[in-house]
Ligand binder design. Structure first.
Ligand SMILES: C[S@@+](CC[C@H](N)C(=O)[O-])C[C@H]1O[C@@H](n2cnc3c(N)ncnc32)[C@H](O)[C@@H]1O
Length: 277
């Protein structure tokens, strides 16, 4: 049968469906052709920059949040904790890394949470800054692939240097204050591997990381084609989370009843001293 008698194929037009997720991110779904029909491909797109914002407006927001933070019981709890668990001779830190802050200027539901987390990070830095075991100043860095130019200008105005990935992964060491307000466990792994020796590590929870890594490993065990790399990441994350729990005091931050309704609850891991039980 000559090919010319075949009916011409219909051109493929992917369908594009845009929906808003609970936290304000746009979810874009496109269908892709396969031999068995079409399957959805999901991409996340960034929401637009809030055009009403400027560096000055972000600074005012930052000041308003800082004022509430300074007057809060949670901040008092944190100050007492840092005073009690400071190593003899002061904090052996030379830099502070804030990783995965989210963007303070994109118009999504949790934009202000990033501002609150930044306030907390900078206040912790200010607190330990006066109690270092040396005379130098702490250097501040932030890494977040979703930072906009406005975020970068805002952070620069606060003397926080912005790092491009994998700058933070390369810079982190035992003299770093590590502040990670919620990051997927595989991405947090390079920091966890160092955190076992960091004097001050703020993260979601090492128990949560261990559970997630255990779950991923279980899924891999049931999948003969699972990757060796992921298997190693699971084992490393389990070992690293255990190491952090063994070497650090685990201090869960109390829930705050301010922060514009956002949860700030994180876990503060402070390195145990030799004379601690
Ligand atoms: C769950 S969001 C947390 C955002 C914000 N801290 C909050 O609590 O709403 C995780 C963030 O990690 C960022 N991220 C992913 N990989 C990263 C990396 N290697 N370094 C820094 N941030 C990263 C993402 O862009 C995303 O904004």
């Amino acid at each position: 049968m000559p090919h010319s008698s075949r009916r011409p194929r219909k051109p493929y037009h992917p369908k594009r469906i845009i929906s808003e997720s609970e936290d304000g991110w746009s979810r874009v779904e496109r269908t892709a052709p396969t031999r068995h029909g079409s399957t959805p491909l999901i991409q996340e797109t960034l929401p637009p920059v809030d055009r009403s914002l400027t560096v000055q407006k972000l600074s005012e927001e930052h000041k308003r949040c800082k004022q509430q933070w300074v007057e809060s019981d949670t901040r008092q709890w944190l100050q007492q904790l840092l005073a009690m668990q400071m190593p003899e001779g002061g904090w052996p830190l030379n830099k502070a890394l804030c990783v995965a802050l989210g963007s303070p200027s994109l118009s999504w539901a949790n934009r202000l949470r990033s501002v609150w987390q930044l306030v907390m990070f900078m206040d912790m830095v200010e607190t330990v800054q006066t109690k270092l075991n040396h005379a130098n100043e702490l250097k501040l860095y932030a890494q977040e692939p979703r930072f906009t130019q406005l975020d970068k200008d805002f952070l620069e105005s606060l003397t926080v240097a912005v790092l491009e990935q994998p700058g933070a992964e390369q810079l982190v060491d035992e003299s770093s204050l590590i502040f990670i307000p919620c990051l997927e466990w595989v991405l947090e792994l390079p920091f966890m591997l160092v955190a076992a020796k960091s004097p001050l590590y703020v993260s979601s929870s090492m128990h949560w990381v261990a559970e997630e890594a255990e779950r991923a490993r279980h899924r891999l065990n049931n999948n003969p084609e699972g990757s060796n790399r992921l298997q190693k990441d699971c084992d490393d994350a389990l070992a690293a989370s255990k190491a952090v729990l063994d070497t650090h005091h685990e201090n869960k931050m109390p829930e705050a009843d301010f922060a514009d309704g956002h949860s700030l609850a994180m876990t503060i891991y402070t390195l145990k001293h030799e004379d601690d039980d």
